[in-house]
Design a protein around this ligand. Structure first.
Ligand code: PLP
Length: 444
């Protein structure tokens, strides 16, 4: 149970029980205790755990071959998965590059954008503007675009810090603007940044369409998405959507971009795309971007495991499940139910300041004053305490205290897309119990 004798290390010492088995939305530990996976791990397990049809298809691929290097063979799973992904993409986005995770996807998207610019004779373009706060990965390249000093600070001399604009945290603004005006206000900050940096130096704008852990399921007003896309087009800047968390159905559409009819130039996906069955991600790019590079000699980039046939077979099986069970539709329907239930908790707990998100990418934020959105005292460590209170009671949720751009304790409640209404009742019952305990601990 403890980690003292373990040779394995992660970010910190975190004594947790051993995981014995998993099924559907549930995990069971070595002592037989059941946990609802109310965050799909880290917003990964979209189709639930141990799906027998997915395991069957993976086994079938294992029997055939688990690895064939891409320079030596094409493989059916990778070709088929690329075709299936392309068919789900907006018009024109039909070139797919497979990777093994979200950071690799972001790195690949950025390198693709840069090589395209160089091939076009635009060597001066290298800056990728992103947002503060944001999270785009843990590798050196993705740290440059990640707006989260807590993750990036110590490494600052080792990578190129890219320019940042504020994330559209409109729910914190106390001005007289309408929501739509606020969306425009934040989008126009991108224009100002481009002008300040020198438009000829700016390569791309990178954003999470619905925020993940960094902002806790932040959704901007509709006007933000359209105006940002217009600004990128106006300046000839590539628009990259980081859909590592939102992609593959979590927000109730295959891509979150579809909610606003936006067609980015490049999309990065991972997490729910492999859904925990295999380390898998994808970068999907505009046809002409990739063709231009291939005509000019190729895309200078690659990972050994890119297009691994077993990972791609898992991805295909996950996509089959999503389509056959209408899980994206279920994410939209159950997302509405869960959001309404979380919002109802605001009547009982005045210290819930905001509930937000789309589909089953949902979050609530704790505050000491809802009117001003003043944060809870830092020393309470609310983001740790409430997660532990829920964990003890058999519910896993995901939290963060953001320290960049704004400060606040937010909690992601993002069960697998297979979740039912009865299971949402279970989630809310345990969460209520945990929030009662939290309130009692602090006399709230
Ligand atoms: N981009 C976003 C939006 C993410 O949420 C994450 C992970 O949380 C990443 C990139 C990095 O993905 P990975 O941890 O798989 O490298």
């Amino acid at each position: 149970m403890t980690t003292e004798k373990s040779h394995l290390f992660y970010q910190s010492r975190q004594p947790r029980p051993f995981l014995e088995r998993s099924e559907g939305i549930y995990h069971y530990d070595e002592n037989g205790k059941r946990y609802i996976d109310g965050s799909s791990g880290a917003m990964v397990s979209n189709i639930g755990h141990s799906n027998p049809r997915v395991l069957e298809k993976m086994k079938a691929q294992m029997d055939r071959s688990t690895f064939g290097y891409r320079l030596h063979f094409r493989t059916h799973p990778s070709e088929d998965l690329a075709a299936r992904v392309a068919a789900r993409m907006p018009e024109g986005l039909d070139k797919v590059f497979f990777v093994s995770g979200g950071s690799e996807a972001v790195e690949t998207a950025i390198k693709l954008a840069r090589q395209y610019a160089v091939t076009q004779g635009e060597e001066s373009r290298y800056k990728v503007i992103s947002r503060l706060p944001s999270y785009h990965g843990a590798t050196m390249g993705s740290l440059g675009v990640t707006g989260s000093p807590i993750f990036t600070g110590k490494f600052a001399p080792m990578f190129t810090e890219m320019p940042k604009v504020p994330a559209p945290t409109c729910y914190l603004d106390r001005d007289n603007l309408t929501e739509e005006e606020r969306g425009i206000k934040y989008a126009e900050m991108l224009r100002e940044k481009i002008e300040a940096e020198g438009p000829e130096t700016v390569l791309a704008f990178l954003m999470e369409p619905v925020g993940g852990a960094s902002t806790g399921a932040l959704v901007a007003p509709d006007s933000y998405y359209t105006r940002v896309a217009e600004i990128c087009e106006e300046y000839g800047i590539l628009l990259i959507y980081d859909e590592v968390m939102t992609g593959a159905g979590r927000t109730g559409k295959f891509l979150a971009a579809e909610h606003w009819g936006i067609i980015p130039d490049i999309v990065a996906m991972s997490k729910g795309f492999g859904a925990g069955y295999a380390p898998l991600g994808a970068v999907v790019a505009r046809h002409d971007i990739v063709e231009t590079l291939l005509d000019a000699g190729g895309f200078l980039h690659g990972f050994t495991y890119a297009g691994n046939p077993l990972a791609c077979a898992a991805g295909l099986a996950v996509l089959d499940e999503m389509e056959e069970q209408d899980l994206i539709g279920n994410a939209a329907r159950m997302g509405d139910v869960l959001k309404a239930r979380l919002t109802a908790l605001m009547d009982r707990y005045p210290f819930i300041g905001d509930v937000r998100g789309k589909g089953l990418l949902l979050a609530f934020e704790l505050v000491s004053d809802r009117e001003t959105m003043k944060v809870l005292p830092k020393e309470w460590n609310a983001h740790v305490e409430l997660v532990e209170l829920a964990y003890e009671r058999g519910l896993i949720i995901y939290s963060r205290r953001t320290r960049s751009g704004y400060e606040g304790d937010h909690f992601l409640v993002c069960p697998p897309l297979i979740v039912t209404e009865a299971q949402i009742d279970e989630i809310i019952a345990i969460l209520t119990d945990a929030l009662d305990a939290f309130a009692a601990n602090h006399d709230l």
